[in-house]
Design a protein around this ligand. Structure first.
Ligand SMILES: Cc1cc2nc3c(=O)[nH]c(=O)nc-3n(C[C@H](O)[C@H](O)[C@H](O)COP(=O)(O)OP(=O)(O)OC[C@H]3O[C@@H](n4cnc5c(N)ncnc54)[C@H](O)[C@@H]3O)c2cc1C
Length: 449
C-alpha cells in the first residue's frame, strides 16, 4: 500500500495526497456516524487527467477507490468498505453559465450553494434543492440522482442533466459537455452515470439546466390531525397552484426534537400530529391565496404563513429534522417511496410493528409528501442490527414502493437491492459494471455486495 501512496505522491505532489490519520478517519466516517471505514490516503485531484492517473494507479495495484463529494450521503455511499483510497472531488471546481441556453457547466466538486450563488447573478437557479446544500456537491448529486424538495415541480437531478464528463473505471474519459437539450445519438452517458453511486466512473463535470430564480416564495406551515388529511390538502394544492414548489410533511416526534434542540417556540397552537409545509414560488407573493385555500379545508386545523426570507423560520421546522434526530443518537435512516395513497397505512404499519416487536425503538417520519417519499428514522437500534430495516423494506417492496427514493443504496441497503430489482435486472446492471469498471476498483461494496 505504501507503493500506491508513493505513486500517487509522484503524480499529484505531496500536498494533494493526505495520509494524516485524523483526516483519513474523518473522511472515512459518514455524516450520520453509523458507517465507518479505513483509507490509506485521501487524494484531491484538481483536473480530470489527475483522476485518470489515479484510476490507472489503482487499476495496476488493485487498490479500491471510493469517490467522495461533500460526504453527506445518508446511506454510507461515500464511506470505503474495503480500505484503499478516498478520491475527494473537493478541488474539481469551476462554474460556467450560458445565459441564452440557461445551462451551467459545473465542476464535480462545486457545492449546490456555490452553483446557486453564481446562477443567481444571472437571475437563474438550479431546480434541485436539499438541506445539505452547503456541502453536497454536483458530482455527488448526479451520482445519487438526488431528489430534494422541488421534485414535484421540476423532477430530480437526472431531469436537469444535459451533459457529463467522467473518467470510467477503464480509465477512458467520456466527455459530453456540449449541453444540448436534444441529443438522441446513441446511449446517454449522463443518464447512465446518474444514480450509479460512483460504481462506474468518477464524474468530473456536469452540464445542468437552470430555471428562472423565483422573485417570491410564499410558505404555509399547516397543522393537520392525520397524514391522510395532509395528502388531500397537498393533492388539491397541486391542482390549484401551478407555482407549487414544495409539499413536505413532518410528524410530532420530529417537530418536538427540533423544538427542543433549537429551544424554539412552535408558531401555532398545540403541536399537531402532523405538519404540512406548502411553498409556492414565482413572480407574485401568494400568501393571501394560500390562506384562502386553507380556509376552505377543514382538515387544515391551523396555519402560519410567511413569504420570502421571513418564511425561513417556518422552513426550519422541516430543514432541521435530520440534525435534530442525529442529536439523539445514531439513527437508521430508511428513505422509501410508497404509492401516495398508501402512505398513511404504511406509517400505521411501521408504528404498530415497532410498538409490538421493537418497543425500545423510536420511529420518526418526515419527507417529501408530493413524491410519496417517506424518511423513516429509527432511533435506539444497534448500529449493526438491521433486522428491523429489512422487515420495513420488505413491506415497502410488497406495497409496490421503492427501497430508495433518493439517497441511493450505498452500503446501508446492499443486501436489500433484490427486494425490488429482479435477478435479471441486477445481472444486467452487473454486466454494465464489469464493462465499465473491469478491475472492480470503483466503490466496491457500495450499491452491489
Ligand atoms: C441534512 C441532509 C439533508 C439531505 N436531504 C436530501 C434530500 O432532500 N434529497 C436527497 O436526494 N438527498 C438528501 N441528502 C443526502 C445527500 O445530501 C445527497 O445524497 C447528495 O446528493 C450527496 O452529495 P455529496 O456531494 O455529499 O456526495 P457524497 O455523500 O460524498 O457521495 C454520495 C455518493 O456519490 C458518489 N460520488 C460523489 N461524488 C462523485 C463523483 N464526482 N463521481 C462519482 N461518484 C461520486 C459517492 O461515491 C457516493 O456513492 C441529505 C443529506 C443531509 C445530510
Amino acid at each position: 500500500m505504501q507503493d500506491v501512496v508513493e505513486a500517487l505522491r509522484k503524480s499529484f505532489g505531496s500536498n494533494s495526497v493526505v495520509t494524516d490519520p485524523e483526516i483519513t478517519t474523518s473522511n472515512a466516517t459518514d455524516w450520520t456516524g453509523r458507517f465507518r471505514g479505513e483509507a490509506i490516503c485521501v487524494i484531491r485531484p484538481v483536473n480530470p487527467w489527475q483522476v485518470q492517473r489515479a484510476i490507472e494507479i489503482a487499476r495496476n495495484s488493485h487498490t479500491p477507490i471510493t469517490t467522495q463529494g461533500g460526504n453527506t450521503s445518508l446511506v454510507g455511499g461515500a464511506t470505503p468498505v474495503n480500505g484503499g483510497v478516498i478520491l475527494s472531488s473537493q478541488f474539481l471546481k469551476g462554474i460556467e453559465i450560458e445565459r441564452t441556453s440557461q445551462i451551467a457547466r459545473v465542476g464535480a466538486g462545486v457545492t449546490l450553494t456555490e452553483l446557486n450563488s453564481k446562477a443567481g447573478e444571472f437571475g437563474l437557479r438550479f431546480a434541485v434543492d436539499l438541506a445539505a446544500r452547503d456541502s453536497a456537491t454536483l458530482g455527488g448529486m448526479v451520482a445519487t440522482n438526488a431528489g430534494g424538495i422541488h421534485v414535484l415541480r421540476y423532477g430530480g437531478t437526472r431531469q436537469q442533466l444535459v451533459g457529463i464528463e467522467a473518467i470510467l473505471g477503464t480509465g477512458q474519459m467520456i466527455s459530453r459537455m456540449e449541453g444540448l437539450y436534444k441529443d438522441n445519438s446513441g446511449y446517454d452517458w449522463a443518464s447512465i452515470l446518474c444514480g450509479s453511486e460512483g460504481t462506474l466512473g468518477v464524474i468530473t463535470k456536469a452540464v445542468v439546466k437552470l430555471v428562472p430564480a423565483a422573485k417570491h416564495r410564499s410558505v404555509a406551515l399547516v397543522s393537520v390531525d392525520t397524514l391522510a388529511g395532509a395528502i388531500r390538502i397537498m393533492a388539491e394544492a397541486r391542482r390549484t397552484f401551478a407555482s407549487l414548489d414544495a409539499a413536505e410533511f413532518m410528524s410530532r416526534a420530529g417537530l418536538k426534537l427540533v423544538q427542543r434542540l433549537g429551544e424554539k417556540r412552535w408558531p401555532l397552537g398545540d403541536m399537531p400530529a402532523y405538519a404540512l409545509l406548502l411553498e409556492t414560488a414565482g413572480d407574485e407573493v401568494e400568501v393571501d391565496e394560500l390562506a384562502e385555500f386553507l380556509e376552505n379545508h377543514e382538515e387544515a386545523t391551523d396555519a402560519a404563513l410567511a413569504y420570502d426570507s421571513r418564511a425561513d423560520g417556518l422552513w426550519s421546522w422541516r430543514e432541521e429534522q435530520s440534525v435534530a434526530i442525529n442529536s439523539q443518537g445514531i439513527p437508521h435512516k430508511l428513505d422509501v417511496t410508497i404509492p401516495i395513497e398508501e402512505m398513511p397505512a404504511f406509517v400505521g404499519y411501521v408504528s404498530e410493528l415497532i410498538g409490538i416487536e421493537y418497543p425500545r425503538v423510536q420511529a420518526i417520519f418526515f419527507g417529501h409528501l408530493g413524491d410519496g417519499n417517506i424518511h423513516v428514522n429509527l432511533l435506539n437500534v444497534d448500529e449493526a442490527d438491521d433486522e428491523i430495516d429489512h422487515e420495513i423494506l420488505a413491506t415497502v417492496a410488497s406495497s409496490g414502493g421503492s427501497i430508495s427514493a433518493e439517497h441511493g443504496i450505498g452500503r446501508a441497503k446492499v443486501h436489500d437491492l433484490s427486494l425490488t430489482r429482479s435477478p435479471q435486472d441486477i445481472g444486467s446492471m452487473l454486466s454494465i459494471k464489469r464493462a465499465l469498471d473491469p478491475s472492480h476498483i470503483l466503490n466496491p461494496g457500495i450499491l452491489f455486495d
